[in-house]
Ligand binder design. Sequence first.
Ligand SMILES: Nc1ncnc2c1ncn2[C@@H]1O[C@H](COP(=O)(O)OP(=O)(O)OP(=O)(O)O)[C@@H](O)[C@H]1O
Ligand SMILES: Nc1ncnc2c1ncn2[C@@H]1O[C@H](COP(=O)(O)OP(=O)(O)OP(=O)(O)O)[C@@H](O)[C@H]1O
Ligand SMILES: [Mg+2]
Ligand SMILES: [Mg+2]
Lengths: 227, 227
Amino acid sequence: VLDLAGISKDYRMGESLMRVLNSVDLRVERGEYLAIIGPSGSGKSTLMNLVGCLDRPTEGSYHLNGKDVGELGDDALADIRNREIGFIFQSFNLLARQDALHNVAQPLVYRGLRHGKRQKRAIETLTSVGLADRLHHRPNQLSGGQRQRVAIARALVGEPALILADEPTGNLDSKSSEEIMRLFDDLNARGHTMVIVTHENEVAEHTRRIVRLRDGRIESDTPTARA
Amino acid sequence: VLDLAGISKDYRMGESLMRVLNSVDLRVERGEYLAIIGPSGSGKSTLMNLVGCLDRPTEGSYHLNGKDVGELGDDALADIRNREIGFIFQSFNLLARQDALHNVAQPLVYRGLRHGKRQKRAIETLTSVGLADRLHHRPNQLSGGQRQRVAIARALVGEPALILADEPTGNLDSKSSEEIMRLFDDLNARGHTMVIVTHENEVAEHTRRIVRLRDGRIESDTPTARA
Ligand SMILES: Nc1ncnc2c1ncn2[C@@H]1O[C@H](COP(=O)(O)OP(=O)(O)OP(=O)(O)O)[C@@H](O)[C@H]1O
Ligand SMILES: Nc1ncnc2c1ncn2[C@@H]1O[C@H](COP(=O)(O)OP(=O)(O)OP(=O)(O)O)[C@@H](O)[C@H]1O
Ligand SMILES: [Mg+2]
Ligand SMILES: [Mg+2]
């Protein structure tokens, strides 16, 4: 379902060019459960943004469900993002002036659900991450871990086939973390493809395959004990 | 050095009042090394903001170095914040349009250091958190863990007597995390008072006392094995 070949990404810094991803090859089949690990600055979020169609590579090709993403215009790319992918950002990216309920109901607009159905789905998903009593809080009226859980709920509410989570438990205590991992396990058991960037071993241990990045390259790609 | 007595904090939500801290008593002596732990939403960041003079309690008193903080006007409070306290925010709060070097040199302006000295100190501190080669990157040109380390460097650069860290390693891999904890251990060994909110046991194990919050109250306050 994901086929990245020879993917490189450069950023311009003043006069020079910084290569932050270098010749990355990665194939992920439907229904896989993957962790991406590696040091701070090794390129994990950059890779996730490419996989999530939020950015384009400098070199290489990316096929998503057989479609060559490089051939698609911005509108077609936005369409894929909204329908097929749920993205949990490392820095959450919530709408600051809307409450938790509105933030989580938002993706369902693209799916053509009417208002009552959107509200119901959003409330269910917020309840599943423990925020039933925070529906009407705006992001600046929420704790760090609560904002993180709103970001998680927003990515899951439309039950997208591909879920990309960039450090989804960084601001959570171990109990909230375990609840989120149980949600993810359950989604994967029901056929969703899960790719999770994490710094935490406890999270990586839930997956079946670990891809390790270092300095923009894949250093290793191995099954876990659960495979 | 920190004396909180009967501290409560309420927020208004529409018609009702939410009590998020409830009668908190906390005394911290000079040179202590404390962790504050507890579930997401239990009031840790709210408590840190009160201790850091970024917010005022609804009830109770707070004496910092013998001064009654409740008696001080906003200017005096800002003065204390800038000179005596280094604060690492859970969401970093960096200046978006300035590079890492400028962000870290900023607090030294309040200490009356001239430009050359500020640059030198800022470069040293950024080097100590592993960012010597990222001085001229702005926050949106940095990874999540790199932004976190800029926030850490900014809090440490003026070597303030009191360091308050709200989840300082949430976005860091274990190696970067250990480097930061060694920095903190070293600062405490040199007499700085350290208060660290954390969800990670590995971090709490470096401290000598653990205060546990639950639903806005202190549930327990106990020495660690290192005490
Ligand atoms: N817009 C940009 N311009 C220049 N360099 C950038 C830009 N964005 C990211 N970088 C650099 O690219 C590298 C990889 O960043 P990335 O965010 O992918 O790292 P990461 O593996 O997610 O790190 P972390 O674990 O800290 O989140 C970093 O060294 C960063 O400084
Ligand atoms: N401005 C506000 N208005 C209303 N409620 C608020 C406001 N700010 C915070 N809260 C609520 O206060 C509670 C405590 O928030 P706080 O940020 O202190 O939690 P925390 O312990 O730091 O959590 P985390 O571990 O998730 O960072 C939360 O339940 C939050 O929803
Ligand atoms: Mg990242
Ligand atoms: Mg917090």
